[in-house]
Design a binder for this molecule. Structure first.
Ligand SMILES: NC(=O)c1ccc[n+]([C@@H]2O[C@H](COP(=O)([O-])OP(=O)(O)OC[C@H]3O[C@@H](n4cnc5c(N)ncnc54)[C@H](O)[C@@H]3O)[C@@H](O)[C@H]2O)c1
Length: 287
C-alpha cells in the first residue's frame, strides 16, 4: 500500500518532532491534538526549529517553506483523514485503542494505526482495536526530528502489508528502522531502564543529580540520566518504568523510584513543564 498522507496524533514532545520529520520529507502531514494550546506550542516550536536550521545552513529557506506548506494542524478528530495514523498521545493502552477505533470509523479500510508507545505491548493495544491486523508499533526517539532510529514492533496479529508499508515510510522520512519483538520496553527502553533507575537510587541515597550528570557526560554519555529524564518527561518515563517493571514480573532491580512518582505528583515533568531536576526558566544547567 502507498502512503501519501500522515496524521500524527498528539502534538507534544514526540508528536511535533514526528510531524516535522514527515512534512520535511514532503508528505501531507496533519498534526492532531485535543488541546489547541498544544497545537499552538507545536507550531511555534517547529517554526523556531526551522528558522534555526536555515540560520545554521542545515536547510534552505525554500526547504523550510515547503516543510511548513506540508504541515497542517487540527483539534477536530472528524477532520483526521489519512493513510497512516501515528499516535503519540498519553502512555495508556485504553486511550490509544480508543483513538484508533474512532479514527477507523472515519477512514478507509487499509489505513494503518501506528503507535509510538515506549513500552505498552502492541498486541494488547491491537486486541482492543477493531482492526488488529493494521496496528503496529513505530517507536521514535527523542528528539524525533533528529534521532534516526525507529523501532518497528510487530504485534501477534499485525499483517505483512502493514509491516512493509510502515518500514517503507520510516525509510522515506529518513529513519533507520529496526525490527523488534513485542517484548517489555522493546530494545532501547529495556536496555536503558537501569541507567535511570540506578541513578535515581543514588539520589535517594543523597547524591547530587547535577554531579551525576556531569560525571556521566564527562565519561562519554551524550546526556546524563537526569538531563535525559527531564527531556523525556517524568510522566512518560515513570509510566514506562512502571510498565516494564510490571511486565517483567516486578524485579527489585527495576522497581520505579519514589522520586519519579514525586516529580509526577508535583507536576515537575521536566522541560515541558519548565521544572524537573533542573529549572528551565532559570539560567541553563541550574538544578
Ligand atoms: N517523551 C519521550 O521521550 C518519548 C520517546 C518515545 C516515545 N514516547 C511515547 O510517545 C507518546 C507521547 O509522549 P510525549 O512525551 O510526546 O507526551 P506529551 O505529554 O509531551 O504529549 C502528549 C500530547 O497528546 C495530547 N493528547 C492526549 N490525549 C489525546 C487524544 N486522545 N487525542 C489527541 N491528543 C491527545 C496531549 O494534549 C499532549 O499534547 C507516549 O506514548 C510516550 O510513551 C515518548
Amino acid at each position: 500500500m502507498d502512503i501519501n498522507s500522515i496524521c500524527v496524533c498528539g502534538a507534544g514532545t514526540m508528536g511535533r518532532g514526528i510531524a516535522l520529520s514527515a512534512a520535511r520529507a514532503g508528505y501531507f502531514t496533519l498534526l492532531f491534538d485535543l488541546s489547541p494550546a498544544a497545537l499552538d506550542k507545536a507550531d511555534s516550536e517547529i517554526k523556531k526549529q526551522l528558522q534555526e536550521a536555515v540560520a545554521r545552513k542545515k536547510m534552505t529557506a525554500e526547504q523550510s517553506r515547503s516543510t511548513l506548506e506540508h504541515l497542517h494542524y487540527t483539534s477536530d478528530l472528524q477532520t483526521c483523514l489519512a493513510d497512516i495514523f501515528i499516535e503519540a498521545i498519553v502512555e495508556n493502552t485504553a486511550a490509544k485503542a480508543n483513538l484508533f477505533n474512532q479514527l477507523a470509523e472515519l477512514n478507509h479500510s487499509e489505513c494503518i494505526f501506528a503507535s509510538n508507545t515506549s513500552s505498552l505491548p502492541i498486541t494488547e493495544i491491537a486486541a482492543a482495536v477493531n482492526h488488529p491486523g493494521r496496528v503496529i508499533g513505530l517507536h521514535f526517539f527523542n528528539p524525533a526530528d533528529r534521532m534516526p532510529l525507529v523501532e518497528i514492533v510487530v504485534g501477534k496479529q499485525t499483517n505483512q502489508a502493514t509491516v512493509d508499508a510502515t518500514a517503507a515510510l520510516a525509510r522515506a522520512i529518513g529513519k533507520t528502522p529496526v525490527f523488534c519483538q513485542d517484548s517489555p520496553g522493546f530494545i532501547v527502553n529495556r536496555v536503558a531502564r537501569p541507567y535511570y533507575i540506578e541513578a535515581l537510587r543514588m539520589v535517594e541515597e543523597g547524591a547530587d543529580p547535577a554531579q551525576i550528570d556531569r560525571i556521566m557526560e564527562a565519561s562519554g554519555f551524550r546526556m546524563g540520566p537526569f538531563r535525559l529524564m527531564d527531556l523525556i518527561g517524568h510522566d512518560i518515563n515513570y509510566a514506562v518504568s512502571a510498565s516494564v517493571y510490571e511486565q517483567l514480573g516486578r524485579p527489585e532491580r527495576l522497581k520505579p523510584s519514589p522520586l519519579q512518582q514525586q516529580k509526577v505528583e508535583t507536576g515537575q515533568l521536566g522541560r515541558k513543564s519548565g521544572q524537573g531536576f533542573y529549572n528551565y526558566d532559570a539560567p541553563p544547567g541550574k538544578p
